[in-house]
Design a protein around this ligand. Structure first.
Ligand SMILES: Cc1ncc(COP(=O)(O)O)c(C=O)c1O
Length: 445
């Protein structure tokens, strides 16, 4: 790009550009219509509406001289620092909250597991893929939540999709927070259940919805996140538990980002809010954040885990996770418990970012100031320019744009790592403030 060297276009110029580019899209046949005309036959995917949309966006970005922020190659292991295009950067775009990625103890344990079991378990766990390391990981995760049992999938996304599609069906209702992660939306859609959204963290609205509709369904599941991945805030868990009990619903909490981040010892939102984790029916999580591996899990009672282990398609019909991946997360949990100062340091660094950003007038929305801090800009183009300019200064923060977040709420998302230095954090906040000012972004963003 040259976004760093070029001034963003005016709103009027942008609007006119957008409408001329959207003319291309208007040729795409509408998906729904009162009368169903004979479909035009297609073989390739060049005319797929999603592909056409991508093309419009790319052409638009090119016109504005914005570099594509997607699929940038990092040349070193993820952590508080990285190297992109040969240039070292302070990295605020990776999930490694407790700085455990590449920890020598974890690397050694993974090496040993690979030496023992190889790089693949070469079968679904239900057939020939079961290894002791899977059970060790599931036992360690169950201990974190005080649940009977746990099931570990090969991906966090797949864990959510498969679990919802297995447990819920056409007679049921799934009610979820409006900004829930995509894995829950896709799982709910696949389940065939009715699906309703409540405004972000608005438990009055949730209660009103249940009061109106609970009676029409067999099972009702409420799904929310413990620490929202795009917003860095979370729900009032005790109240959610009270609501789910009064409306005979099941509560699933996706604490993918809460584990390692929330609570004095990093156990998650229940520790942060002093709530008994056994009052939550299903804990959904991922191994890809604090637990520096690849995979996902659901912790809950023995019946639900038994059911999933024999019926969830993404588990039964998919290979078991490699032994190395399982061992990495078990070790990470062990180090997290043994070294609570990592969690304390993460809290310190996050709070430093949060308070400095607020003091300097950045819009951090309702973030709690632990692990994830958004800087909301609003305008998509300015957010892209901001990310690019920060990268030129050696600061990597990922731009999050609609539809990943609601319209007009584009933002940069900063993931904090306990290994960030106080200097890196001050520098990142101050550079963001400077670049926002030079882009002419004014509050309210
Ligand atoms: C809240 C939330 N849930 C689930 C997932 C999916 O996890 P995974 O990356 O392990 O597939 C993510 C990943 O970003 C997430 O942020």
């Amino acid at each position: 790009m040259t976004a760093s060297g070029s001034d963003p276009l005016s709103q009027q110029e942008l609007d006119s550009l957008l409408s001329s580019m959207q003319m291309g899209l208007s040729k795409v046949p509408a998906k729904t219509g009162a009368t169903r005309s004979k479909p035009r036959q297609a073989t390739g995917f060049e005319t797929h509406p999603l592909y056409l949309n991508m093309k419009v966006q790319r052409d638009f970005a090119q016109l504005l001289q914005i570099n594509d922020p997607y699929y940038r190659r990092h040349e070193v292991q993820a952590g508080a620092n990285s190297v992109i295009d040969g240039r070292p950067v302070s990295n605020f775009a990776s999930y490694d909250y407790l700085g455990l990625n590449g920890h020598p103890e974890i690397v050694a344990a993974v090496g040993e597991a690979v030496g023992t079991y190889g790089t693949s378990v070469s079968a679904s766990r239900i057939s020939a893929g079961e290894r002791q390391v899977h059970r060790d990981l599931e036992a360690a995760l169950s201990r974190n939540y005080g649940t009977d049992d746990c099931i570990a999938f090969v991906s966090g996304h797949a864990a959510a999709v498969s679990t919802l599609a297995t447990l819920m069906g056409p007679k049921d209702l799934i009610v979820h927070d409006a900004v829930i992660h995509n894995c829950v939306v896709v799982g709910a859609q696949l389940s065939g259940s009715a699906r309703r959204l409540f405004p972000h963290n608005d438990l009055d609205a949730l209660e009103a919805l249940l009061s109106d509709e609970r009676d029409q369904f067999e099972r009702v599941m409420i799904v929310t996140e413990g620490l929202f991945s795009m917003d860095g805030d979370g729900p009032d868990l005790a109240r959610l538990i009270d609501i789910k009990q009064r409306y005979s619903a099941v509560l699933m909490v996706d604490d993918a980002h809460g584990l390692g981040v929330l609570g004095k010892t990093g156990k998650g939102i229940f520790e942060h809010q002093g709530v008994n984790p056994a009052d939550v029916d299903l804990w959904l999580g991922t191994l890809s954040k604090t637990l520096v591996s690849c995979g996902g899990y659901v912790a809950g009672n023995a019946v639900v885990v038994d059911l999933l282990k024999h019926q969830a398609p993404g588990f039964v019909y998919s290979v078991g996770m490699p032994a190395g991946a399982a061992v990495a997360s078990t070790k990470a949990l062990e180090i997290m418990a043994r070294e609570p100062d990592r969690v304390a340091r993460l809290h310190e660094r996050s709070q430093q970012f949060y308070h400095r950003a607020k003091a300097k007038g950045l819009n951090v929305a309702d973030a709690w100031g632990y692990g994830i801090i958004p800087v909301v800009i609003g305008d998509t183009i300015k957010t892209l320019h901001l990310a690019e300019r920060l990268l030129q200064r050696g600061i990597n923060a990922f731009p999050i744009l609609p539809p990943g977040v609601p319209e007009k709420s584009a933002r940069l998302r900063f993931f904090l790592n306990q290994s960030h230095t106080p200097e890196q954090i001050d520098e990142a906040v101050d550079a963001t403030v400077l670049e926002i000012a030079s882009l002419g972004v004014t509050r309210p963003f």
